[in-house]
Design a protein around this ligand. Structure first.
Ligand code: UTP
Length: 226
């Protein structure tokens, strides 16, 4: 059975609109596809993470403090998805190896962040490496990678397929140390080292998400790591 890690952005899980309805439908879809592929999910923190990190910053908190609050938000989102899947833990582990051990065919494991210094995209790559995943599906709020920022440049073109090195060029160069990128640079590095493909898709589109998880054709960007 193929193994897939789904990195689902907090902005996808809880945008503040029909959240329960969406998370419920997402859980149903995940249960359904997990009959065909082994699924592990890493949840992002979204605006809750940014809101709390922002307050921490205003209080004089350093990056470490902001990251810790961001991680807490990712874990709350992991709890919401776990609840929808039928089994909410009192606490969410930040241990990739522990989560990997629990991952099995037909059993969906869910986690959030681990330690300060990266984002849940990187955690997805770590978890994917730990379970030996075939691919990482990044359900995000941009529907694909573009040649330029489509919100600013009307000539920006969607990239349907690219190599992991090409994605590396974009994430290392464009964003440097910045955390908000199409995929976390550390996550790209780990995906390359472990030869795991990355699919960057519109996470709010459940049909697209399902197709990506099952390895079918997608409208987003396929990043080839082989
Ligand atoms: P996200 O993974 O949601 O990061 O974690 P993000 O890039 O800000 O969100 P998206 O991908 O654009 O939706 C939220 C924050 O939590 C901290 C970081 O500060 C991150 O920005 N975090 C998360 C960690 O420090 N370590 C982790 O393992 C995960």
């Amino acid at each position: 059975m193929e193994k897939v890690v789904v990195s689902i952005g907090g902005s996808i899980l809880v945008p503040g609109e029909n959240d329960a309805e969406f998370i419920g439908k997402l859980a149903e879809m995940l249960k359904d596809v997990s009959k065909e592929v082994q699924v592990a999910v890493v949840c992002g923190g979204g605006k809750t993470a940014r809101y709390y990190a922002g307050i921490a910053k205003d209080l004089g908190g350093d990056t470490y403090a902001q990251d810790i609050l961001g991680i807490a938000a990712t874990r709350m989102n992991a709890q919401l998805l776990s609840l929808a899947l039928g089994d909410m833990p009192d606490t969410v582990t930040g241990d990739v190896e522990e989560t990997a051990k629990l991952s099995a065919p037909g059993k969906i494991v869910v986690m959030g962040g681990t330690v300060p210094g990266h984002t849940t995209d990187a955690v997805s790559s770590m978890l994917a490496a730990a379970i030996g995943a075939d691919r990482i599906v990044n359900g995000t709020s941009v529907d694909a990678v573009y040649t330029d920022d489509p919100r600013k440049n009307p000539d920006a073109k969607k990239i349907t397929s690219m190599t992991i090195d090409e994605l590396g060029d974009i994430v290392y160069k464009e964003h440097g140390a910045s955390k908000s990128s199409v995929f976390d640079p550390l996550g790209v590095k780990l995906a390359k080292e472990n030869r795991m493909d990355i699919l960057i898709i519109d996470g709010r589109n459940l049909d697209e998400l399902r197709n990506a998880i099952l390895g079918k054709e997608i409208n987003g960007t396929f990043v080839n790591s082989h």
